[in-house]
Design a protein around this ligand. Structure first.
Ligand code: V3L
Length: 85
């Protein structure tokens, strides 16, 4: 079942859901047991580190956000920067 868990990244005052494709990539990587997953997001490469549960921008590692894996109904701001209405 690939809709049991949702991945989230931290915003200023809450959590954003990853978009569907990134979520599927993260879930596949995490459940396979690897330690990290690379994502290409709007032309920018990010590494999600499953040990530290952070997302880090490859070109600038100071750009770091917490990530979490939770149930899909966990309160979020929206999906990948698109605010909930
Ligand atoms: N998915 C989509 N966009 C992302 C992601 C991601 N996993 N990671 C970073 N960005 P940084 P508030 C976020 C965007 O980490 O008001 C939100 O999606 C990121 O977008 O410095 O703080 C919102 O669109 C940011 O625009 O590399 O909660 C926006 O921030 C840009 O990449 C504001 O959210 C640089 O992020």
């Amino acid at each position: 079942d690939n809709n049991k868990y949702q991945w989230y990244y931290e915003g200023r005052n809450g959590w954003w859901k990853y978009e569907e494709r990134s979520n599927a990539d993260l879930e596949a990587a995490f459940t396979s047991g690897v330690s990290e997953c690379l994502l290409l997001l709007a032309g920018t490469i990010y590494c999600v580190d499953f040990q530290n549960m952070v997302q880090i921008r490859r070109s600038d590692p100071t750009k770091l956000r917490r990530v979490k894996r939770d149930i899909p109904t966990f309160p979020s701001k929206g999906i990948a920067g698109i605010k909930k209405i």
